[in-house]
Ligand binder design. Sequence first.
Ligand SMILES: [Zn+2]
Length: 290
Amino acid sequence: MGFTEPTAALSDVHSHLQDGRFGDDLTVYFERARARGVRRFVCCGTSPADWKKTAAIAKKYPDVFPTFGVHPWNVGRVEGDWATALKMMLDATVCADGVSGAALGEVGLDFAVRNLDAASQEAAFRTQLEIANERRLPVVVHSVRANDLTLNILRDYSKVPVWLLHSWTATEAEIERALSSNVFFSFSPRCVAPNAVRARETVAKVPRDRILVESDAPTPLPPNGYGKPLSQIASFAVEARAEDGTLLSAPASVVDVAEEIAAIRKTPVDELYRQLTLNEKRFFQAWPTR
Ligand SMILES: [Zn+2]
């Protein structure tokens, strides 16, 4: 089939499996991913509207780790005492293993979104970070065109044990600044797409002991499939598709992402897999237990 058989374990550290396009039975997606060596899955909530489904997925399927939070795109839509509801979700959730709990995410800042001012986004981000800081929870961060402010904010919450800067595009100086907090950088299919020049530069520059992979499922896969035939893409057989027929990422997509990262960094795939295995182990050590 043209896949590189995994020599170690990968984790998909950012996905939205609660998305309706995956349907209610996620078994096929997990089976496909496990067959490719993907063993753990972080499923990120984005607003009170999807937290319950996210929790139910983590309760039902082994090795799914949930996060709850209000995504910057949804900050203008939340009403009432959502922060109390968030605390309740974070405190009450127990995963299928009976041991793991929930982290905070997906939260952050997106100044490419025009319908919401920076002050409201920052206020919601900080409200949520207070909650994570108090509970010493990992945080999954979305930061687009907001790197300077995001990096300043991270430093204000020193009890957060680990930060995941997801699909982050940054300069060398920004990467350097990020490293003063305990950060990991996770890359999605879009970050390694052949035309994603700035994102690929970020992939090339981050320290190797800080790299993780994510599907960001369901996000559209690069239209030309990294220059490979679609039949050679790890998640192809799953056939999750958008309404217009575009192939969407699924947890197995992290295998392709890892191969592309290895190519971008001119590292043998086996060596990258070994490094990713060490990295994901360190990342999950910070995950809350019950
Ligand atoms: Zn996301």
